[in-house]
Write a protein that binds this ligand. Structure first.
Ligand SMILES: [Mn+2]
Length: 427
């Protein structure tokens, strides 16, 4: 562990009296609504969201990138940073790798992750950019390319990602593509989708029995006229065509402005095709801002659906949660810690919704009280629950405060000299 546990304990000690008082007060408040705070805290303490390896490096825009000191130089540094995020928040037990960006010896990766107490989440395949010495270019697409050799190269890459993932203990593949078109008429949209499905079926055929395959819809970028997996309808069609091990990923930033994402979540889950999430927040488009930083109510409403579905479908409902963000002006470790906590917060708030009252108000068509029922859960300050959950798992009551007090960034900056070209695009 890169931060000594005594440091964390020392930091916690100073804040313990305030937490105890706040926790007792919240417990009393919840008890009036027949909610046992200990049960909620136990659920919070088991919550986990994956960190994407690429998220711990400073991101950038089409304008520029401003790297900070002590940036991770390679995937092993990235794992160290992910270890610190989990150490302090106790809410990020897994890391999601991206191939080829993290293409290193899988046995060595697994060994380091084991050492840090981390597991591996979904593998992400990248066929939206060319690699050195690659025979066929992805400039005009990969899995849906007009040339069969290019499609075969992209299929082979995805199969290789599965093989690496098997060594790492991963259980899912997320297919990343940039396929689409930039001009009306550039591609035949129907034939292009057929080619994509054909390629995806070949990848699916190589999926181990206990694995899942995720596809992610995205309205635009890098293709700006049409995307092959443009919307949740296309995504649902793909998952249905492929089979029971295929399901849809919902990235909160990949929809048209004002789209009702919680309704999409409800629809996909209803038909067993909600695979998981890429959490982030947005103001205008695929901004990849920190989760909960712009519209925390929307995040809560998504979790309101998830908690409701979990009640209906039981433990078989296990969507994969990952953060997918770009940190351009903040320390990525701090942003990822705050974001993981915001996602966990939305989950805990959703647990507080009085489902019986809500059901009654809905049946009686009492729109005002139904809305108030959700709002009441949302405005409850659940910080004491989140803090307590971290504390009992050995994390920090105040992760950012503990992180800054430990001088982690300053310490790693000494052993990590600045490198050129680290990091990559975020989709
Ligand atoms: Mn994403």
């Amino acid at each position: 562990m890169r931060i000594e546990s005594e440091r964390i304990a020392q930091h916690n000690q100073a804040q313990l009296p305030a937490l105890d008082a706040d926790y007792a007060a919240l417990g009393e408040q919840l008890q009036r609504n027949a909610i046992d705070i200990e049960q909620i805290t136990a659920k919070a303490s088991h919550f986990g969201v994956a960190i994407p390896s690429w998220g711990v490096g400073t991101g950038g825009t089409r304008f520029a990138r401003f790297p900070g000191p002590g940036e991770p130089r390679h995937v092993f540094d990235k794992l160290d940073d992910c270890g610190v995020i989990h150490q302090l928040t106790q809410a990020t037990p897994t890391v999601s790798l991206h191939i080829p960006w993290d293409d290193e010896d899988p046995a060595a990766l697994r060994q380091q992750a084991d050492h840090l107490g981390l597991g591996f989440d979904a593998m992400n395949s990248n066929t939206f950019q060319d690699q050195p010495n690659q025979p066929h270019s992805y400039k005009f697409g990969s899995l849906s390319h007009t040339e069969v050799a290019t499609r075969e190269q992209a299929i082979a890459h995805n199969i290789r990602c599965i093989e690496i993932g098997q060594t790492l203990g991963s259980k899912a593949l997320t297919i990343w593509i940039g396929d689409g078109s930039n001009f009306p008429g550039q591609t035949h949209m129907g034939n292009q989708f057929d080619r994509y499905l054909d390629s995806a079926k070949k990848i699916y055929a190589n999926l181990p029995e206990n694995w899942q395959l995720f596809t992610e819809h995205k309205m635009y970028e890098p293709a700006f006229y049409s995307s092959v997996v443009q919307d949740w309808g296309s995504n649902y069609l793909i998952a249905s065509e492929l089979g029971p091990q295929a399901s849809c990923l919902v990235d909160l930033g990949h929809h048209a402005p004002n789209v009702n994402i919680e309704m999409i979540v409800s629809r996909l889950a209803r038909f067993g095709k909600l695979g998981g999430f890429h959490f982030n927040d947005s103001k205008y488009g695929d901004d990849d801002l920190d989760s909960g930083s712009i519209d925390p109510y929307r995040l809560f409403l998504v979790f309101n659906e998830l908690v409701d579905i979990e009640r209906q479908q039981g433990h078989s409902f296990k969507p994969a949660y990952m953060l997918d963000q770009s940190h351009n002006v903040t320390d990525p470790i701090e942003s990822l810690m705050c974001s993981a906590i915001e996602v966990q917060r939305a989950y805990v708030q959703a647990l507080l919704v009085d489902r019986i009252a809500l059901d009654n108000y809905q049946t009686q068509n009492d729109a005002l009280m139904a809305a108030q029922t959700l709002k009441r859960a949302f405005i409850t300050n659940v910080d004491p629950i989140l803090q307590r959950a971290r504390l009992i798992n050995g994390g920090a009551i105040d992760p950012v405060g503990a992180f800054r007090a430990a001088d982690y960034r300053q310490r790693v900056a000494i052993e990590r000299p600045e490198v050129q070209g680290a990091g990559g695009g975020i989709v």
